[in-house]
Design a protein around this ligand. Structure first.
Ligand code: AKG
Ligand code: FE2
Length: 287
């Protein structure tokens, strides 16, 4: 019975003992080498079933947005040459349930608010300090993608997002990633162009986001996208946002694009009260 379960009960602790320093050491090694750490079957099968039910119940609260943005999540600048990455806009559409909409007894909320999980993720990332994101909407998201939805190639604007796969679409919805394609001193415009033109598939890896998988991911430096969803079954992914600095929040523009509203109006919110989409504004997590 998963109702009111504490977070640790959801985790497949037989395979993933969060206190095991060998495990977090291996995760850190994978993260440093590949810019990503994938933990299949991180959740117990009963927990995945319960999260599907929770996601089905939360889905009517989601805000749908459709945007067109560059890989840097900016609006396209059409004064630049057509092949300039800042000119090229890629389409995305997604429905998102913000942190403020998760009930107090939500299992996803319990996972996100678990200090054991936070500390484990910090050890996997090799950071001295890790904080939950201070964005009251963006800290925890359920991202719902339906038939025809996709996320275009992009870089995230925060360092770390942890995703938990809950339900796959019938076809498509694959998470494609060109890990660490750019760096602080290497914008790698040519490499990025090769990926978005589809001319060098060797740069891209599809990550196996089967339900129950937890993925720790460095989206600021890794170019990634979600392939178009095909079929009736929605793709559910939980996105847990963290930052190395306390108090990090996103901007009003980004909140409006992704959640359709701002925190000040929180009490006015009601299911299906979505406002119109904001065009040319990114709607990706951690943005
Ligand atoms: O849904 C996913 O798997 C990834 C989501 C993502 O990249 C984002 O929201 O920035
Ligand atoms: Fe992303």
């Amino acid at each position: 019975m998963m109702t009111g379960a504490n977070a640790i009960e959801l985790i497949n602790t037989a395979r993933y003992d969060l206190d095991d320093s060998q495990l977090s050491g291996a995760c850190l090694e994978q993260f440093l080498a590949e810019g990503i750490c994938v933990l299949p079957d991180f959740l117990r099968p009963e927990a995945v079933d319960a999260l599907v039910r929770e996601s089905d119940a939360l889905a009517p609260l989601a805000h749908r947005s459709a945007t067109s943005a560059t890989v840097y999540l900016s609006g396209a600048d059409h004064t630049l040459p057509a092949d300039d990455l800042r000119h090229r806009a890629l389409d995305s559409s997604v429905e998102v349930v913000g942190y403020h909409l998760f009930p107090i007894d939500s299992l996803l909320r319990a996972l996100y608010e678990s200090d054991e999980l936070l500390e484990f993720i910090g050890r996997c990332l090799g950071v001295a300090e890790l904080h939950r994101y201070a964005d009251p909407f963006g800290a925890l998201n359920l991202a719902i993608m339906r038939d025809g939805d996709r996320l275009g190639w992009h870089f995230d604007m925060t360092d770390f997002v942890v995703s938990i796969a809950i339900q796959s679409s019938e076809v498509g919805g694959e998470f494609e990633n060109a890990a660490r394609i750019r760096g602080v001193n290497d914008p790698n415009i040519r490499g990025i162009s090769l990926v978005i033109d589809g001319t060098d598939p060797s740069l891209v890896r599809v990550e196996p986001m089967t339900p129950g998988t937890l993925m720790i991911f460095n989206g600021r430096w890794s170019l990634h996208r979600v392939d178009p969803i095909i079929g009736k079954r929605p793709r559910y992914v939980a996105l847990l946002a963290y930052d190395t600095k306390p108090g990090t929040d996103s901007t009003d523009t980004l909140k409006l694009a992704r959640y359709g509203r701002l925190p000040a109006a929180a009490s006015a919110d009601s299911p299906n009260s979505n406002t119109p989409n904001t065009p040319n504004t990114p709607n990706r997590s951690g943005a």
